[in-house]
Design a protein around this ligand. Structure first.
Ligand code: FES
Ligand SMILES: [Fe+2]
Length: 442
């Protein structure tokens, strides 16, 4: 069991906190690119406990700066967008996207005071439908050559959703393969032909039973966790009897993401990004290894479950997640409908704003969670001591060799499962219309 200080250390992310310093060593999702579509590309962003505004200036350049004007604190959400930056509507001070004050029109002619005024500003880049921000010190790391970053725009789709809880409990549900057999259990199987864009609804890899049936009928997976250059590879083995083993490979991408299979042709890479200590966004990139992603269908499916501009889920704790005891008795394990995101949201939010880990009892099925916390503690120590390297904090040359990761469901003959998922993944890549390369077994 954990003491309170340890729980604080791995959950709290404000500036200067141990976990906050680790997360700030990485590019983090700040907004969906579509949030900057439209006439006024400027949105408030709260990220890692910091109040910021994200904008595309009239020259088309992205900027992420603090939300309150360094003059007397006016709200720059209402700034005027100009070529070369933004202008505060209160007294007209203007700033470029690096936060440098350019003009103070109410000051006496010849004043050079503006040269000394600079507000916090962070580097931002757009990639795979997401605007990424680097809140750390020094040079940001390069992006790894993961499939979600190398696939063409036609084969990726990004979406996000707000959860009212700490980022770590949100991440931990994604590295807990056992829960899928319970939390996401459907007592009836839907038509797999109607599975597009939905998790667990496809057929299992041999084309036999729907994956929902495999998860439901084999609910005691054996887990194998292996440390990799990017985090953890988590293999969940379900012995189907009959000399067949269902092998599901998922991953933890350090520090706050996962890559998991969604269907036979699509994977999800999902970040759990702190808004502040008690709220987080999930950002998902869906990557297709087959036909282009149907962006319109994917977005419409998800917009039905969320309200804009916050991407807040319509089912939430204020309406008991739509809980229906009748449904729980006959159709689903939770009674909260068929969107698995809602199930995960309930599991995470129900723990409270920050899970009290002094009262938890980790079990055998939590092995990936224990391993992840070890990685996080190791990283905290390295950053604190200013020594040693962190996973994925690498330069461009090294980043080019970090590929994959493999996330796939496969069926192997009995206990001889080790090479099978690797082979299935290579087959899928060989047939892919874009260059879904994987350098080595990674
Ligand atoms: S508060 Fe922004 S210019 Fe005065
Ligand atoms: Fe889940």
């Amino acid at each position: 069991m954990m003491n309170q200080a340890s729980n604080d250390e791995i959950t709290r992310i404000g500036p200067g906190t141990p976990a906050g310093r680790v997360l700030r060593c990485y590019w983090l999702p700040a907004a969906l690119a579509v949030e900057l579509d439209g006439e006024r590309p400027l949105v408030p962003v709260t990220l890692m406990g910091e109040s910021l505004v994200l904008f595309r200036d009239r020259d088309g350049d992205l900027g992420l700066v603090e939300r309150h004007c360094p003059h007397r604190g006016a709200d720059l959400c209402y700034a005027r967008l100009e070529g070369g930056g933004i202008r505060c509507p209160f007294h007209g001070w203007s700033f470029d996207r690096h936060g440098q004050c350019l003009e103070q029109p109410a000051e006496p002619p010849g004043s050079t005071m503006h040269e000394k005024i600079r507000m916090r500003a962070y580097p931002v880049v757009e990639k795979a439908g997401i605007v990424w921000a680097y809140l750390g010190e020094g040079e940001p790391p390069a992006f790894p050559a993961f499939d979600c970053f190398t696939a063409p725009d036609s084969h990726v789709f990004a979406f996000k959703g707000l959860w009212e809880c700490n980022w770590l409990q949100a991440l931990e549900v994604g590295i807990d393969p056992a829960h899928a057999s319970f939390l996401h259990r459907f007592l009836e199987d839907e038509d797999p032909d109607d599975s597009y864009g939905k998790q667990f609804r496809d057929l299992s890899p041999d084309g036999g039973a729907p994956l929902t049936a495999v998860l439901r009928d084999y609910d005691r997976p054996r887990l194998e966790v292996e440390e990799t250059e990017y985090g953890l590879r988590i293999v969940a083995l379900r012995d189907l009897g009959d000399e067949r083993m269902h092998v599901r490979v998922t991953n933890q991408i350090f520090p706050c993401a996962i890559t998991i299979p969604m269907s036979r042709t699509m994977n999800i890479t999902q970040w759990h990004v702190p808004v502040d200590d008690e709220n987080c966004y999930w950002y998902s990139i869906f990557t297709s290894y087959a036909e282009p992603v149907d962006h319109e269908t994917m977005r419409a499916q998800r917009l039905k479950e969320h309200t804009l501009p916050d991407y807040a889920p319509i089912r939430n704790k204020r309406n008991q997640y739509g809980y229906d005891p009748q449904e729980q008795a006959t159709r689903t394990f939770t009674g909260m409908g068929f969107d698995i995101n809602v199930h995960d949201q309930w599991a995470c939010e129900g723990m409270g704003p920050i899970q009290d880990r002094t009262r938890e009892h980790l079990a055998t099925s939590d092995v990936a969670i224990s391993r992840y916390r070890r990685l996080l503690r190791r990283a905290i120590k390295k950053v604190k001591n200013g020594e040693g390297s962190l996973p994925l904090v690498v330069d461009a040359a090294a980043a080019r060799n970090i590929t994959g990761p493999v996330a796939i469901d496969s069926i192997a003959p009995g206990d001889d499962w080790k090479g099978v998922w690797d082979e299935r993944d290579r087959e899928r890549r060989a047939q892919c219309s874009w260059q879904a390369e994987r350098k080595k077994r990674a």
